[in-house]
Unconditional design. Structure first.
Length: 366
């Protein structure tokens, strides 16, 4: 026997040891959850009907995603070979990075952006190259173009972006894809329904483009975990090798067609959110806070050095909001998910009260 010490168990890869832990806040079920950008009401009643019909027999079988992939493909007007269903967009990001990011490669990432790009990239041997947005949090287009190198392998673009809600134009996406033909351009359209513009129709003319969609946001199915990747049949073929064949479960697969077909419900929810966003933006303005222009179901506001106090006060008044101060360039910022008008009128009342109390406290101190 060699020199085996009791404390030294199997050690993970160096890259894994260097990874940061990611702890999303634990949800309080009774509060108004405006901290995850979820649908704040429920999914379509048609989906609930499907859920109530699922039998024990349905659960004994391994899931088959092909038929549902074909339906999603038809919905997106691409071929089934161009579509891959995933366990949420999070798995899509993981699979895409595992497929393409090798040692010596670079992930080019405009920041601030969605946290999980960095989390999954840090588990690969690639280098992460970030491009910081300015104070306006507008997409740093020129700086991103300058950041493209022969080693750039993936460029991850959330459109609309989180936490800012800013967008990238179609022309900018085309230019980036042309300047980096050796890289996969991931356009993450998690918030597509609130924005209305897509790059999916570019897939046939831009072979290095991959678009992601999710059922977690507008559709109200975050708990089911379903995401979609769409790209050229060639790229999808590689990713199909990497992904688990059963990562999308049969309950989720059963619900997708009903979710896709109930466009009335989706349009109603999106319309409600857009109307509520307009009202809530006015409430932020009236409170004298700076905010960023958003094309998604959330708004980023500047609270300043008292951001922690603000979030705590909002939470204890029953409105959960998300502190984004740790995001690069977002010190003092808080993100608020937009729900229905009724919910957001309540949230606006609480916001007004909390800001009032904080200002009063300051005056008394002074
Ligand atoms: C919420 C979000 C996702 C996560 O989607 P899932 O399908 O729930 O994994 C992906 N990308 C962005 C930009 C998001 O905000």
């Amino acid at each position: 026997m060699g020199d085996v010490t009791a404390t030294a168990g199997p050690q993970p890869r160096a890259r894994v040891q260097a990874m940061k832990e990611y702890h999303p806040p634990l949800g309080c079920r009774d509060a108004l959850r405006l901290d995850f950008n979820e649908n704040t009401i429920a999914c379509s009643p048609a989906v609930r009907e499907v859920l109530s019909q699922i039998s024990a027999g349905d659960l004994t079988r391994y899931p088959e995603r092909e038929t549902v992939e074909a339906q999603v493909a038809q919905h997106l007007r691409v071929t089934p070979e161009q579509v891959l269903l995933t366990n949420g967009v999070d798995e899509a990001i993981h699979v895409l990075f595992q497929t393409f990011l090798d040692s010596g490669d670079e992930l080019l990432l405009p920041v601030p952006t969605y946290t999980m790009y960095e989390v999954y990239a840090s588990a690969t041997d690639a280098r992460i190259v970030t491009v910081q947005a300015g104070d306006d949090l507008v997409f740093p287009f020129k700086a991103l173009l300058d950041g493209i190198s022969p080693r750039t392998k993936v460029i991850a673009l959330a459109n609309p972006n989180s936490p800012s809600g800013s967008v990238i134009t179609r022309e900018q996406i085309i230019t980036i894809a042309q300047r980096a033909p050796h890289a996969v351009i991931l356009v993450d359209e998690a918030y597509f329904h609130f924005y209305g513009e897509t790059a999916i129709d570019l897939l046939n003319s831009i072979p290095n483009l991959v678009v992601a969609r999710t059922f977690s946001k507008a559709y109200g199915l975050a708990g089911l975990r379903v995401g979609v990747l769409a790209g050229s049949a060639e790229q999808m073929k590689w990713m199909r090798r990497v992904i688990s064949p059963y990562s999308v479960n049969s309950v989720a697969l059963a619900c997708i067609p009903a979710a896709l077909n109930d466009t009335d419900y989706l349009n109603w929810y999106v319309g409600e959110v857009l109307a509520a966003r307009k009202e809530f933006e006015s409430a932020i303005d009236a409170a004298g806070l700076r905010r960023w222009s958003s094309q998604a179901n959330f708004v980023l506001a500047y609270i300043g050095s008292e951001h922690r106090d603000f979030v705590r006060r909002m939470n204890s008044a029953g409105v959960l909001v998300r502190d984004r101060s740790n995001d690069p360039g977002c010190d003092g910022c808080v993100r608020v998910t937009i729900g229905t008008r009724e919910q957001m009128r309540l949230a606006a009342e609480v916001l007004k009260e909390v800001i009032g109390l904080m200002r009063n406290g300051k005056e008394k101190e002074a």
